[in-house]
Structures are given as structure tokens and as C-alpha cells.
Design a protein around this ligand. Structure first.
Ligand SMILES: [Ca+2]
Length: 96
């Protein structure tokens, strides 16, 4: 969890993908203070689904305005089963 000390613009850049090969995949979402911020298209502000063994996944990129005390959450939902739900997600956050 990241908690902000200041205010301003922030770019979240990340690639999220599945490392597992079985199961029903995962569903991912970025929230700011409990409000969905990514994905924005085409699954506007709802979980983005990633199939098992999808090594490309999605570029989870979003421009945000952050304020002191804001919390960004990178949510991974297993769906119906957590079998094979090995997920890679290493976001970087750049302030502007
Ligand atoms: Ca799953």
C-alpha cells in the first residue's frame, strides 16, 4: 500500500499478466480511495479479466491526481477459483 504525503499529478504505469496456466484466470482493477480508476476502456471502471497463460495481459496505465493521504490499491480478484492464479503486476508511479 502506498500512502501519499503530498498532492499533485501521478502516472501509474504497469503491465499485468497471468503466469499461471490453469484455472479460470483473474480479474484486476486499480482503485484510488475505494473508487475504480482503471480499466477505463472498454470495461469502463470494472474488473478487467485476464485468461490463464495470458503472458501479455494489459498495460494498466492511468493518469491520476493524488492528494495527501490518498491510497491506491491494485486489486486481483480470483473469480470462481484461485487455481493457477499466479499473477505478475509491478506498477511504477511517477509524480508530476
Ligand atoms: Ca481464478
Amino acid at each position: 500500500m502506498n500512502r501519499w504525503e503530498g498532492s499533485g499529478g501521478a502516472f501509474v504505469g504497469s503491465q499485468v499478466f497471468e503466469d499461471g496456466t490453469t484455472g479460470d484466470g483473474v480479474h484486476v482493477l486499480i482503485e484510488q480511495n475505494g473508487t475504480a480508476k482503471w480499466p477505463t476502456d472498454p470495461d469502463y471502471l470494472s474488473y478487467r479479466s485476464i485468461s490463464p497463460a495470458d503472458r501479455n495481459g494489459y498495460a494498466a496505465d492511468v493518469d491520476l491526481t493524488v492528494n495527501a493521504g490518498d491510497i491506491l490499491r491494485f486489486l486481483v480478484w480470483a473469480g470462481a477459483t484461485n487455481t493457477g492464479d499466479i499473477t505478475s503486476w509491478t506498477p511504477s508511479i511517477t509524480y508530476s
